[in-house]
Structure formats: structure tokens, C-alpha cells
Design a protein around this ligand. Structure first.
Ligand SMILES: CC(C)(COP(=O)(O)OP(=O)(O)OC[C@H]1O[C@@H](n2cnc3c(N)ncnc32)[C@H](O)[C@@H]1OP(=O)(O)O)[C@@H](O)C(=O)NCCC(=O)NCCS
Length: 272
């Protein structure tokens, strides 16, 4: 898949009712130019998948097949091709967030469930918290990425760096005594503002979450929360967000290091 295939990507994510914009597709392709693929059926482009390599761990996303071309093996072929590509990159763990339609295909290819996430949706209302949240100066971005790695155990610097660069004004932090205790960001989507990723301590998480809702005042929002973070679920529910659907985070290969309790919002079913 190249930038010339952006139209196909936008068509397929729109058809599935997903939230990605042209900027999201562009980011997928630019972060892994050799690792995004188009599936063809009888010479027609009908499917997509993207990958993103973070050293020994990689993510697969945007597994989409045109409704008129499903159940013909295109999705499985795209997946197999992506796994081969990632093996050639010496990846040991492959991760993804599966919808109920995707999960059976992934299971057949050896993916196992790690935990569940729920996509909450709603209209943002004003919310107040006592912990102080401030805008993050770009000089702090590297420190935030280091905090994310230390706290979640996950390596996703490439994706976080790109999101911060694209939307520097959206990055907020809680910082006390010179130490970062959490961050949150957000970006526009086709249907709603996607809030996340947000990694934070138990005290900073609610403040960052409420600050993000405040900044979205009255706009539709989506936020994907690991159900293991029961405090984050409570904050979403107390702000009248409701579960739209659930996703299963799955992995292939070596079991991933992860700490879902520290994640108050994932990046949005795409790269953890
Ligand atoms: C999930 C999705 C990508 C699957 O694509 P697909 O091309 O239909 O996938 P496949 O054809 O490889 O497999 C689908 C089913 O068809 C079956 N199948 C494959 N080739 C077949 C053939 N030639 N004849 C009949 N059935 C076939 C598969 O065994 C599979 O069955 P199962 O659902 O019981 O496991 C597609 O449904 C989609 O785009 N959904 C919306 C977006 C989405 O949810 N994506 C997943 C994100 S995690």
C-alpha cells in the first residue's frame, strides 16, 4: 500500500464505519512504508492491512475487506502476508485489537487473547478534577515517551513521537516535583474525537481524562479503555460515556509485556 492507495483506505474504513481520517491512513503508511498492504481479488483492490514495527514487537491494524469481497480468503491472505513481513523484520511478538469479525481469523493464525478493551462513546461535558493538568512543552516529549515506556513496559516511541509532532497542542501532562505522572493526547476522527493514548498513575489518570473531556466540550468523543483499568471505566461511566463495542487485544508469538492498569486510554485500536 502506498500513498496512492489512500482513497482505497478511506473508502474501506468509511464503509466499516470506523473513525480513521486521511491523516490517520497517511500516518500508517509513513510509519511503515514497506509494511502496509493492499489485497486484490480478480485484479481489483478490495482489502488493506497495515503494520508498525517497534523493535521486537509489531502491531497489525486496518484489516479491512470490501463488503462485496468478504469470505473469499482476502482477509486471511493479507494477515498471512503481514505475518511473513514481520517475521522477516525479526519481530517476536505481534499484537492487535480484534473486532468480533476479525477474531476468528486471527485465532486460526495463532493469535491468543490478552485482555479486553471497551470503546466508550458519548458527548463530552465539563468535568473537574483537583490535580493540575498543563500543556506539555515540546522539549518534554522525549521525557513523556520515556515515562510511557517505563510505566507500560511497552515500546511505542515511533508512534507517540509522530502523534505528538502532528498535534503538539493536544499533549497534556501532570507533572509534580519535576516528575511526569501521566500524559494524554487526542486527535480528530471521521466520526468523533479519538481521546488517547493516556498513560498515568492512579491519581493523574482521572485529572487527565477529565481535562480531555473539558477540551472537547460538547463534541462526540471515542475512548478505548482496557477493562482491567476499573478506575478508568468508572471515570468514563461517571461522565456518561457508554460502551459502543468491545475489542480483544490479541498477540502472536512471545507473550508481550504490558500493564493495562496504567493505560487510561489506548491510542485507538491501532497501535496500543
Ligand atoms: C474481518 C474481515 C477483514 C475478514 O475479511 P475476509 O476477507 O472476509 O476474511 P476471510 O475470507 O479470509 O475469512 C472470513 C471467513 O470466510 C471463510 N472463507 C475464506 N475463504 C473462503 C472461501 N473461498 N469460501 C468460503 N469461505 C471462505 C473463512 O474460513 C472465514 O470463516 P470464519 O469467519 O468462520 O473464520 C472483514 O470481515 C472486514 O473487513 N470486516 C470489517 C472490519 C473488521 O472488523 N476488521 C477486523 C479488524 S480486527
Amino acid at each position: 500500500m502506498t500513498i496512492d492507495d489512500l482513497g482505497l483506505g478511506i473508502k474501506l474504513s468509511g464503509q466499516a464505519g470506523w473513525n480513521q481520517t486521511e491523516a490517520d491512513w497517511r500516518r500508517f503508511i509513513e510509519l511503515e512504508p514497506e509494511g502496509c498492504f493492499v489485497g486484490e481479488l480478480n485484479g481489483r483492490s478490495v482489502g488493506t492491512t497495515t503494520t508498525c514495527v517497534f523493535r521486537k514487537t509489531a502491531w497489525i491494524a486496518m484489516v479491512l475487506v470490501d463488503v462485496n469481497a468478504r469470505h473469499k480468503g482476502v482477509g486471511t491472505t493479507l494477515l498471512k502476508h503481514s505475518i511473513e513481513y514481520l517475521k522477516s523484520r525479526q519481530v517476536r511478538t505481534i499484537r492487535l485489537d480484534a473486532t468480533s469479525l476479525g477474531r476468528p481469523i486471527y485465532e486460526k493464525l495463532g493469535f491468543v487473547p490478552d485482555y479486553e478493551l471497551a470503546r466508550f462513546e458519548g458527548r463530552a461535558t465539563e468535568a473537574r478534577e483537583s490535580v493540575t493538568v498543563v500543556a506539555a512543552a515540546p522539549e518534554l516529549f522525549a521525557e513523556i515517551i520515556e515515562f510511557d515506556k517505563r510505566t507500560t513496559g511497552r515500546e511505542r516511541a515511533k508512534m507517540l513521537g509522530r502523534l505528538f509532532e502532528e498535534f503538539p497542542e493536544n499533549v497534556r501532562i501532570v507533572r509534580r516535583a519535576g516528575k511526569i505522572e501521566g500524559f494524554i493526547t487526542m486527535r480528530p476522527g471521521a466520526n468523533a474525537v479519538q481521546i488517547g493514548p493516556c498513560t498515568a498513575t492512579g491519581e493523574a489518570g482521572p485529572a487527565l481524562f477529565c481535562d480531555a473531556l473539558d477540551r472537547c466540550a460538547a463534541k462526540p468523543v471515542f475512548v478505548d479503555i482496557p477493562l482491567d483499568n476499573t478506575e478508568a471505566v468508572k471515570v468514563a461511566e461517571s461522565n456518561e460515556l457508554a460502551v459502543q463495542r468491545t475489542l480483544t487485544r490479541m498477540s502472536w508469538g512471545r507473550k508481550p509485556v504490558d500493564n493495562p492498569q496504567s493505560s487510561w486510554a489506548s491510542s485507538g485500536a491501532e497501535k496500543g
